[in-house]
Design a protein around this ligand. Sequence first.
Ligand code: PEP
Ligand code: MN
Length: 479
Amino acid sequence: PVVGGRRSGGVRTCRNVVAPEQPASVDRKNLEWTPGSWREMPVRQVPDYPDKEKLEDVEEQIRRVLPLVFSGEVERLKSQLAKAAAGKHFVLQGGDCAESFEEFEKYGGDNIRDTFTLLIQMSIAMMYGLKKPVVKIGRMAGQFAKPRSSPMEKAKNQELELPSYRGDMINGPEFTLEARVPDPDRMIRALNQSTATINLLRALASGGYLDLHKVHDINLQFVNGTPQGQQFLDYANNITNAIAFMGSCGLPTDSPDVRQAEFYVSHEALLLPYEEAMTRYDKNTGKHYATSGHFIWLGDRTRQPNGAHVEFLRGIANPIGIKCGPTLSRDDLLELLEILDPNNEPGRITLINRVGAGKVWDHLPRHIETIKEEGRNVLWVCDAMHGNTESSPSGYKTRRFENVLSEVKEFFEVHKAMGTYPGGIHLEMTGQNVTECVGGMMELDHEDLFQRYESQCDPRLNASQALELAFLVSEMMTK
Ligand code: PEP
Ligand code: MN
């Protein structure tokens, strides 16, 4: 069997794993959309697989698997997002920067359950403060492929350069040339892990695990005894009392809403051969859906209006996100909306702003103006992570809790000033008690990062930091 690609002349050369951008761009007006029409457009960040035969074989296998998500759920999420855009709901989107094969084996599902539990706790804290339903979306069950700023990377304190790690779905994190060769079989493994993950999430969301009657039980061990854990218990007591009061007034407290959670999954639509193979036509709606996740987003590095990723997304009916980094221009934003949402469909577009603390006032107001002028219907979400990554003196990639919080604060301030609705937050976080971001009530320091740094990619808020943020957001929103 071929493992890790072909050798050229017996010697494996250290090559860039990403295909060079194709020069001539196609005029989209003459291009009929199909799940594979993206192949006509210049593509970034998608690996150039050395073993093309194996790639085709894997694509064929994936075309034949059952969908992970179904059109009814996807349309339902779109209607929830439309409500969030209209100011009636709030969105909480969170999970790993990148899911990993290693964590999945190591934790046997505990990490998935814990992140799910944490998202539910955060949503309860936020619902209680906001008095609005919170739409819960995991960066889970498909969040494997990573865009990278540089095609090559050096190991810590080493001179040797290798092709960058691009997520477990593409290549391996180990610092060897062998591991960095893109391997199509990794798509199958990621798909199997996603299937198991969504199965567990569905069980957790519907299995009575979530019963608001038992809100006290929804707790994670290590936030017990912390100030946030105590605050959550206070909220939980209030919720229990409110439900008891409703019951004593003769109001129904047994509706499914109290006992189950709606939970959705999302990921960046980066690895187009996989996304194409997971696309299915739905006879009932007459539309194509990406069945790899309910919500998928366009990354900040792949949002060229004339690029392959935009071409793929324009033809699928799922709700989609657009990451809006500091370089997003007015023209590009308008063109993207024209291509991706020609009918201005409510719930279709979520603009995920990610510019960094201290910079929200520099960028967000102009985008809000543009949207207002054009009468566009979008949901505004704040990704408070990706503009706030820095290197710690200890050599780790980290983020400061205070910067994450500031970015959210500025996001709320701008919307307040402009009379628009800040509809949600997007976080990299885990239910595990990792040490990847500094700060927070537990005052994690740069020197503490080595203790439990597990992310292969970006640093995540740990459970206590994430819960603290949820309480602070809840407070901010009620002011
Ligand atoms: C991400 O969400 O993990 C990511 C890479 O984001 P962005 O495209 O905004 O940099
Ligand atoms: Mn990330």
